[in-house]
Write a protein that binds this ligand. Sequence first.
Ligand code: CP
Ligand code: NVA
Length: 305
Amino acid sequence: MKKDFLSITDLSAEEYEDILTLAARLKRQRYAGVPHPLLAGKTLAMIFEKASTRTRMSFDVGMYDLGGYALYLNAKDTQLGRGETVADTARVMSRYVHGAIMRTYKHETITEFAKYASIPVINALSDKEHPCQIMADSLTLKEKFGDLNGLKIAWIGDGNNVCNSLIMSSVQTGMEIAVGTPKGYEPDPAAVKFAKEYGGKVTVYDDPIRAVTDAHAIYTDTWISMGEEDIKETKLKDFVGYQLDTALLEKAATDALVLHCLPAHRGEEITDEVIDSMQSGVWDQAENRLHAQKAILVRLMTQGY
Ligand code: CP
Ligand code: NVA
């Protein structure tokens, strides 16, 4: 495997499948109370420039489950916040810990850190991608449908970081991704280009109904990602018609799974009725962050860096 997990594209199809298999095993072991201290004696630095509930907690608890230790660092409280370079920080942290996760505004901050770190580095969300989220979602879809290959997943709303990772995961999984976004909010063209070049199936519509028709799952996310608060009013207007409500859900396949990476903005991108419905998979998705990331940590941090 590559040293780092910065993009969903860092995994081959075999590595992707192996992580999901290991995640399912670790999940069963946790439920059965079987200890699995695969990272005993290892430490993980968790560097955050932005808020987090799920990512922070699932990595922290995950390291504890694996017999290791996790160290939370708010970037602003470190010398990074006073101008120490990312490269120097990476060099120093590599002397203390065996791995690092990073949540940043700019994707390039993570790639720069990874370049100068001798330890594995994991993208815990950047402006470009959220690959750990998509591994957890893939586990959730696999639990429900058994096989990812051939599933149609509709993404409705903003063509953002989560959407970019989902689109590119089509290459390893064989899932067909149908995106429905308003004009001007399409996903990163580089993500679409990558997926198409390597055999992924992606279609981008500016019509939510066309995107969700016959989909096995409908995925949405906030219209206002972290760091976009100043354009909130404009975006709220531009996304009218893109809410995941019961009428839209009914256009998908019967019993289609509802996905949301959370946090949800109830009444904006999704209605209470849909997120609280029997079709909602969002709590499983949130739980699966723990199991999927434990598998990622094990695979990356036992490679001997
Ligand atoms: N989905 C997700 O990454 O949630 P947090 O922002 O709470 O970590
Ligand atoms: N697109 C959202 C995801 C939050 C987990 C954001 O970047 O804020």
